[in-house]
Design a protein around this ligand. Structure first.
Ligand code: ASP
Length: 471
């Protein structure tokens, strides 16, 4: 998590192992425990034979232990992370921006936005490449589709997507789980105002800096529970989904996983090496806590506190750049989600092509899909299944029935874990690259301190003047 976890063999929660090893072990044990629950209740298949052979099924039935006995650990951990997300993001963004200089704001903002969009474009193209190569939707039987309650999924429409970024009442947005983008929008304004006001608002900036440190401290404490939380979340996912839904959509899952793997193991190291001028192995080593937490929680927003610490403490990206890039990136930069949305749309388009006339699978049609994906990912919330929500926008635009996601919803959680890991990795890559582009090291001027010094200097002077008047 912080530099001490990298150099220090302990994680701070009393166990001798590094935190990322603890999380990894918790994940593996969680998969085994979850599989034993689902296989024993299905009462068939290889895993059922295995677990009942070990006597696990008899034990589970006899003791009446269920998934819920473990799921609470995940819920507890998620709630704590969610508790800290809004105050942390708010202070972190304001603090990050207030450490910049006026003329650097525009440059950082522009480079960040362009990098986000270009990396999402690459991700979407990779996704389409694998769909075109493996053709998972060709000949796919869509008759099994069950009606999906899409009302709660369609939270945005294409028309209000951009406008919905602007909060009409910031206090309302701060109290909502799904209005992160609005909080970011306001915090950006607040931070920019602080910078432009300089010494006049230096004390406010200093206060935000200190509150931010307090939030980081709390985050640190919450992370002690990460292994338990991730264990609980994995048992719940594997234990309730089971293996059956995976069989019919195996090819589609393979495409998503191949695409994400290409992005993670080919594109990411190239970007880190050539644009970030960093050793990719060191990079992955530094962000492993964030990657594993993202995998366990399926939420970039919930992972944000960990991502921020990894980027500032381990990757040594200055806080001014890290806060801006990682926080804005947690909702605006979604490489995993972009790849996933492109794959889902083309997969379903292939599957429905024989039933719905006019579905365009040509290059032009696919360029349209990419454009829609880039637009819709602007508003993808960093929450579990956030990408599924925004996929409905793309499906609508392409002319596919939204109910079609019923075909893939059953396996979404597992893919969500993988794409969230890619989303978070993408934010870390962006921080490293953007830091190099805008020479973040130089940006880390202690402008707040300078401003405070200026204020103190003025106060001293006015004291002297007053004294000289009195005497
Ligand atoms: N769960 C993802 C995230 O939080 C969003 C998605 O569904 O792709 O980053």
């Amino acid at each position: 998590m912080n530099s001490s976890t990298i150099q220090n063999p302990t994680s701070g929660n009393g166990f001798k192992l590094d935190l990322h090893w603890q999380i990894l072990i918790a994940m593996l044990v969680g998969i085994v425990v979850g599989l034993s629950f689902s296989s024993c209740s299905e009462q068939e298949g290889v895993f059922y034979n295995f677990f009942s052979g070990l006597g696990a099924c008899g034990l589970i039935k006899g003791s009446k232990i269920g998934v819920h006995n473990f799921a609470w650990m995940g819920e507890l951990f998620l709630r704590l992370l969610k508790m800290i997300v809004i105050p942390l993001i708010f202070c972190s963004l304001i603090n990050g921006i207030s450490h910049m200089k006026v003329d650097q704001l525009g440059k950082v903002g522009l480079v960040t936005f362009v990098f986000f969009k270009v990396s999402m474009l690459i991700a979407a193209i990779i996704g389409l490449f694998w769909v075109n190569t493996i053709n998972p939707g060709v000949g796919f039987d869509v008759s099994s589709i069950s009606k999906v309650d899409v009302d709660h999924l369609t939270s945005h429409t294409d028309e209000n997507l951009l406008l919905s970024i602007i909060p009409t009442n910031i206090f309302y947005s701060l109290s909502q789980d799904n209005q992160l983008i609005q909080v970011i929008f306001f915090a950006l304004f607040f931070g920019i105002a602080l910078v432009t006001m300089g010494s006049k608002a230096a004390q406010v900036a200093k206060a935000f800096e200190q509150i931010f440190q307090v939030m980081l401290k709390i985050t640190h404490w919450i992370m002690f529970l990460a292994p338990f939380g991730v264990f609980g979340l994995i048992v719940k996912t594997v234990g309730t989904t089971g293996l059956t839904p995976f069989i019919s959509v195996g090819k589609y899952m393979l495409v998503v996983i191949l695409g994400l793997a290409t992005m993670l193991f080919v594109v990411t190291p190239l970007l880190v090496y050539f644009l970030g001028k960093m050793n990719p192995l060191k990079f992955f080593g530094a962000i492993q806590d964030a990657m594993l937490t993202a995998f366990g929680t399926s939420s970039s927003a919930a992972t944000l506190p960990v991502t921020l610490e990894c980027v500032t403490e381990n990757l040594k990206v200055p806080q001014s750049i890290a806060s801006f890039v990682v926080t804005v990136g947690s909702t605006m930069s979604m490489n995993g989600a972009a790849l996933y949305e492109a794959v889902v749309t083309l997969f379903l388009a292939q599957a429905y092509a024989s039933i719905i006339p006019g579905i365009d699978l040509s290059l032009k049609g696919q360029i349209f899909i990419v454009a829609m994906v880039l637009l819709s990912t602007l508003g993808t919330p960093g929450i579990p299944h956030g990408g599924l929500v925004t996929t409905t926008i793309v499906l609508k635009a392409v002319g596919l029935p939204i109910d079609a996601i019923g075909l893939i919803i059953g396996v979404d959680r597992v893919l969500d874990m993988c794409r969230t890991m890619m989303n978070v990795t993408g934010d870390c890559v962006a921080s490293v690259v953007i830091n190099r582009f805008v020479h973040g090291e130089e940006i880390e001027v202690d402008s707040i301190e300078d401003n405070l010094e200026a204020i103190n200097g003025k106060e001293e002077k006015s004291k002297e003047t007053q004294e000289s008047i009195i005497h």
